[in-house]
Design a protein around this ligand. Sequence first.
Ligand code: DGT
Ligand code: CA
Ligand code: CA
Ligand code: ZN
Length: 579
Amino acid sequence: MKNHSDIKNRDIARIFDEVADLLEISGESFFRVRAYRNASRVIRDLSTPLSTIARSQNAKLEDLPGIGKDLAEKIQTIVETGDLPLRRELESELPVGLLEVMRIPGLGPRKAHRLFLELGITDPERLEEAARCGKIRELKGFGEKTEAQILEGIETLRSFGKRMLRADVEPIALSIIEHMKRLKGLEKIEIAGSYRRLKETVGDLDILVACRDPAGAMDHFVSFPGVRKTIAKGKTKSSVVTNPEIQVDLRVVGAESFGAALQYFTGSKAHGIAMRTIAQKKGLKLNEYGVFKGEKMIAGRTEREVYEAAGLPWIPPELRENRGEIEAALEGTLPELISLSSIRGDLHMHTDETDGRDSLETMASEAKKRGYLYIAVTNHTKRVAMAGGLDEQRLLKHWDAVEKLNAQIEGFHILKGVEVDILDDGTLDIEDAVLSKGDYVVASVHYNTNMSRSQMTRRIVRALSNPNVSALAHPTGRLINKRPPYEVDMEVIIATCAKFGVALELNAAPDRLDIDDTSCRSARQHGVKVSIATDAHNKGGLDFMRYGVYQARRGWLEKEDVINTLNFRLLNRFLKKRG
Ligand code: DGT
Ligand code: CA
Ligand code: CA
Ligand code: ZN
């Protein structure tokens, strides 16, 4: 058996999450469920391994925020045994498939439990069957609409789960690269595919190497310690599955073909096909080995020379989706994509005043450490009671504290911000007279997200028409692989932002990345400015900025399209344009 003392915080957090879900399904009290969820969040955010703390003489698990004596003992058990008896107990009482049922949009723990008790539903398959036979509508409080919603939800859920978040793939990708770099005779190595195109999710990893010893490369690859299963091992291609689970393909090519192979396997497929057509029109053949004129190879060593042979400048991978980038390259109008180094501040974050973990002082000094010129502190408002949202009085007091600190920090500005909740009718849950005293107001929808497309669009448009609003936060509310975007007409929202001079947020949290790449592009086309912001709930969350920049690049954004590339004076000029 594995030595569990190395168990990762992430795995411990996952066990707590599962316990919370199972407790919730079995109808446990809100407080008990919440204790596990909070603990899971604390654990996930912790930089020190819990296994280290558990073994330490000095540090104590109980000293962690949100971890009492009971939870500390449970962590100890997990570190020692790798699991929790409570979880196994709950699992034996409830079918595990109910966890999946509970996550189907439109359902929740309570409905999942009823479906289990009344129809014996234990997993999504049985649920689908029951829905198709019209059995769900017969249950009290479910109805035909819910039944249709369930079927739709099952479809949505099916499309999830097969792709991993880019942020979750990165550590694996980087350690494989590190491992491969120890290979003797290695000449070149790159990760191709969707990973190189900076997509928000990744289906599998495609690694390319040029190496003088292809057989040695294959041996070395499958010996990577994170390999769980080797699917195929050939002369020039091998595939493995790692832990955590993702497929990784390795291909070995000759150095003279490396650029052509990189171009081919970076994709996207649509971009590759369009490129081949361009080459054909010039009487050339383009494939993963090179660019050929008749029998003669005229390019292939570098990607740049492949593009040049086809008569094009090099195109950044994140644009390669055949969405007009080839035409733009031919015309010489490719965008000059924004980069992380252009970011001067972060305009969405929380502190321990509400549901953040770190203090105002910590968040400010951490942002300053990252070279920023300013931040906006944007805590939740009262409707978001779960997060301890601020009412008018607390908000004003909080802003006093912000002003005080602001006066003490040199060469750095803290904007008095707030993340105000958009109520069902599109009004805001903080009085205008108070909002107008702030510097930066991001408005966002958190509740009652099931309304119709036209209702939701009207709700948000109304909120944007409030002259105190500076930006719309996480505009579609999606959580990648967990929750679909709510129904909303983004084109109308973008047009409204343009009309009122409101910025759209590109929330950089790796499971949000909201707005997505196509909306970024649409915003730019309508002259709407974007704020790339982390929504950090602790100091480490400030590092999400780079995922936002990746998404912005996929959305063709330039420095000029993004307000938090402005210096403080120009940012203020932008903000003052309203109201
Ligand atoms: P993923 O893995 O689903 O996140 O997306 P990709 O883009 O990494 O796709 P993948 O892994 O299936 O293939 C990697 C690249 O290889 C793909 O982006 C383009 C190239 N490729 C794969 N199959 C074909 C094909 O049938 N035709 C062309 N032209 N290229 C292909
Ligand atoms: Ca791939
Ligand atoms: Ca692949
Ligand atoms: Zn937020």
